[in-house]
Design a protein around this ligand. Structure first.
Ligand code: URP
Ligand code: ZN
Ligand code: ZN
Ligand code: ZN
Length: 475
């Protein structure tokens, strides 16, 4: 059915204006005034902002890690994402050495296909590079539309790849038109520091942070940036947590390199002291890179404001406190890394960023949606409110207030790291391709309606046939 959203204030990465939106066949068919309602459902958005649906560039749903599997899957994870105003996510498809890439991708399709309630795509982990792997990459891009490759510089003996692998991936990505993503921490030195800590009987959660100091994130970030320059390639650094890494990204960018950086809500509002909480509570805040000293938060906010960092990912990778995090009760290295963040990503950016005057409203949209859509080949089908784009829309009440709590969140995990935090601003209704997923703060979507999105190559636009036809019929 057609829908008309009336009387709202449309906010994109560049503009803020009052206009109505006509939605037909899941697309934004027109933006203007005085549409004849006819049979259409009319939605009154007086006093509300109309944002493009959020794009979360970094999630780990139902991901095996540390002898367990992350709690939120493509059903609970995408429902929670939708409640929070996210309508597209890109999840990391893990690969195993020696296994055909396609079989790893098929595993991820099987996890997501009948479960997702919003649209999604995959990044592909590269753990090794040889002729065998290289020969499969063109198909990964052409057949699957997977145009971003992830290399882990940490998690030694698990996911970590060496510099040769990273460099070969950068070279291949330049040739194929893909974006290389790195988890930038020096895994070799972390291995030494963690062994030493355990030998000294230091087993509590805080040692997770103390054995992964910011110098090691800065060093790996700088190394990856330099290799990117040498390969004349393109790099996206995930989950930037500290000043040392921001410095390296800024330095590379000032030399004209194609180096981009993402941070996450947890690094913007939480700090290392959380890992010292008694009764093993610190484990709730164990992820990598770790939380830092509080002063890093200002550096990250300023980097978002100045454009040295461009995006916000959730790094959603949730584990229950009871039964999963406690695998590491006697040894912090056995605490599964990650947290439930997907639902509050957009709200925290709005409440702490826009409401507190740290970033502008248009920057907020760019950071939570548009820039990720552009970098990862989803734009303009996703990431903006424009004629021809998918009608992925958030109707947002800037005056609403709530308190974050595990008692009311929609994620499967049994705790929320932002418990008790006061939030201003909240999505009221969320549309995915013109259909309600959230209506008046209630879930009305259906599992399995989320579509897998094949993305464009790095630097290219994603314009599918229907929207191309729509755009040419309007011009
Ligand atoms: O601790 C984290 N971040 N867990 C998810 C995996 C990763 O490194 O992104
Ligand atoms: Zn497929
Ligand atoms: Zn990571
Ligand atoms: Zn991650």
């Amino acid at each position: 059915m057609e829908k008309i959203i009336q009387n709202g204030t449309i906010v994109t990465a560049t503009d803020t204006y009052k206009a109505d939106i006509l939605i037909q066949d899941g697309k934004i068919a027109a933006i203007g005034k005085g549409f004849d309602p006819g049979e259409a459902e009319v939605i009154d958005a007086s006093g509300k902002f109309i944002f493009p649906g959020g794009v979360d560039p970094h999630t780990h749903l139902e991901m095996p890690f540390g002898g367990t599997v992350s709690k939120d899957d493509f059903e609970t994870g995408t429902i929670a994402a939708a409640f929070g105003g996210t309508t597209t996510l890109i999840d990391f498809c893990l690969t195993n050495k020696g296994e055909p890439l396609q079989s790893a991708i098929d595993t991820w399709h099987a996890k997501s296909k009948d479960k997702a309630v919003i649209d999604y795509s995959f990044h592909l982990m590269i753990g090794e590079i040889n002729q065998e792997v290289l020969s499969q990459l063109p198909d990964v891009i052409q057949q699957e539309g997977i145009t971003s490759f992830k290399v882990f510089m940490a998690y030694k003996n698990v996911f970590q790849a060496d510099d040769e692998t990273l460099f070969r991936t950068l070279v291949a990505a330049r040739e194929l038109g893909a974006l290389v993503m790195v988890h930038a921490e020096n895994g070799d030195v972390i291995e030494y520091l963690t062994e030493k800590a355990l030998e000294e009987g230091k087993t509590e959660p805080i040692y997770h942070a103390l054995t992964r100091p910011p110098e090691l994130e800065g060093e790996a970030t700088g190394r990856a940036a330099k290799l990117t320059g040498l390969a004349d390639s393109q790099l996206y650094v995930v989950h930037v947590s500290c000043s040392e890494a921001v410095e390296q990204i800024s330095a590379a960018r000032s030399k004209g390199l194609n180096v981009w950086g993402e941070t996450c809500p947890q690094y913007l509002v939480l700090d290392q002291t959380y890992l010292e909480r008694p009764n093993f509570e610190g484990a709730k805040y164990v992820w990598s890179p770790p939380l830092r000293e509080k002063w890093h938060q200002d550096v990250l906010w300023n980097a978002l404001k100045s454009g040295q960092l461009q995006t916000l990912g959730s790094d959603q990778c949730s584990f229950d406190f009871q039964g999963q995090k406690d695998l590491g009760k006697e040894d912090f290295t056995k605490i599964p890394n990650g947290g439930p963040i997907i639902e509050d990503r957009v709200s925290i950016l709005f409440s702490e960023g826009v409401e507190k005057g740290r970033i502008s409203l248009n920057q907020f949209v760019d950071i939570m949606s548009t820039r990720s859509a552009k970098l990862f080949g989803l734009y303009p089908q996703k990431g903006t409110v424009a004629v021809g784009s998918d009608a992925d829309i958030v109707i947002f009440d800037p005056e609403a207030e709530r308190v974050i709590s595990a008692a009311t969140h929609h994620m499967a995990a049994d705790y929320n790291p932002f418990e008790g935090m006061k939030i201003k601003g909240e999505p009221v209704s969320v549309l995915s391709r013109g259909e309600y997923v959230i209506k008046d703060k209630k879930f009305v979507g259906k599992k399995g309606t989320g579509k897998y999105i094949k993305r464009a190559k790095y630097g290219n636009l994603l314009v599918n046939e229907e929207s191309a036809a729509l755009q040419s019929s309007k011009s």
